[in-house]
Design a binder for this molecule. Structure first.
Ligand code: SAM
Length: 280
């Protein structure tokens, strides 16, 4: 039984980091004419109403996207991402937040393909409805991890695989590594982007060690913390681990993370990080 609903968290600081990285990778893939596959293993509902009961109850977006989307000195690294947010909110009031599938829908080209999977009985129909009229997209209510076996390699031999589980179950920390291994075996040139929360630092250290032990190379880690690590309940930071990142991504994130951290965390607590778990 799945209890996690992303609508409580949409647009929070972790989404800002994840969707910044996602949009930069997509923009890099778009620089070559050749089509590619965007595979979103844990897609969520696609669109979130920020004035809805769920988002209002936690107010997480107020310390996330609400702090940045109307700043007048937005760095160029955020242009594509914020462009999508503005597109969804043409009146200038922040009412909707785009999930990862919608960000991909806006940024992908006519020749590219989207494969989106979501298991939740309430979120899947919302996702399916969003994409009914998009011929590029296929939505399925099925296990996202299995997609790394069944959908790779894509016929186009280019692709971004976003893996964004809720980490509701402790086994997710191991499952992500196993499924990346499976996916990489089939599609070693793909870009794999894995989101993670920092709740207990030990779990993330273990996950990174397990990734390193797979023998996969070119693994970049990007992290934004809003508070120092803690053994209390709650997420203090989040990160993205990117395998085969586009060559510009490391520098782009080094450029933009200090600005993001300053605007998202006025108190100045926490940290940012861009470093290689395994280099070239
Ligand atoms: N990627 C989305 C975004 O950035 O907008 C958010 C996804 S949310 C963090 C995780 C989603 O995974 C939830 O909607 C949950 O229902 C779904 N989920 C959980 N286990 C799954 C599984 N094994 N396969 C596919 N989806 C799953």
């Amino acid at each position: 039984m799945l209890s996690y609903r992303h609508s409580f968290h949409a647009g929070n600081h972790a989404d800002v980091l994840k969707h910044t990285v996602q949009s930069l990778i997509i923009s890099s893939l778009n620089e070559k004419d050749k089509p590619y596959l965007y595979l979103d293993t844990h897609a969520g509902a696609g669109r979130y109403q920020l004035s809805g009961e769920h988002a209002e109850r936690t107010g997480e977006y107020l310390e996330g996207i609400a702090r940045i989307w109307q700043q007048d000195n937005i760095p160029e690294e955020l242009a594509a991402y914020i462009g999508v947010v503005k597109n969804l909110n043409p009146g200038g009031k922040l009412r909707y937040y785009p999930g990862s599938p919608l960000i991909a829908r806006f940024l992908l080209r006519e020749c590219d393909r989207l494969q989106l999977t979501e298991l939740h009985s309430s979120d899947f129909p919302l996702l399916r409805n969003e994409f009914l009229k998009d011929d590029r997209a296929r939505t399925e209510r099925t296990d996202g991890y299995q997609q790394l076996k069944s959908k790779l390699p894509p016929p186009s031999r280019r692709g971004l695989i976003l893996i964004d589980p809720p980490y509701e179950m402790k086994s997710d920390y191991q499952d992500v590594v196993k499924s990346i291994q499976e996916g990489y075996k089939r599609f070693g040139t793909g870009v794999f982007a894995l989101w993670y929360p920092v709740v207990l630092r030990q779990q993330i250290k273990r996950m990174c060690n397990e990734l390193e032990a797979t023998g996969i190379r070119r693994i970049l880690q990007i992290e934004l913390a809003v508070r120092p690590d803690s053994d209390q309940r709650g997420m203090t930071a989040s990160g993205m681990i990117v395998i085969n990142p586009p060559w510009k991504l490391e520098q782009q994130m080094k450029n933009v993370l200090p600005w993001l951290h300053k605007v998202l965390v006025p108190a100045g607590t926490g940290h940012t990080k861009v470093s290689w778990i395994v280099p070239e």
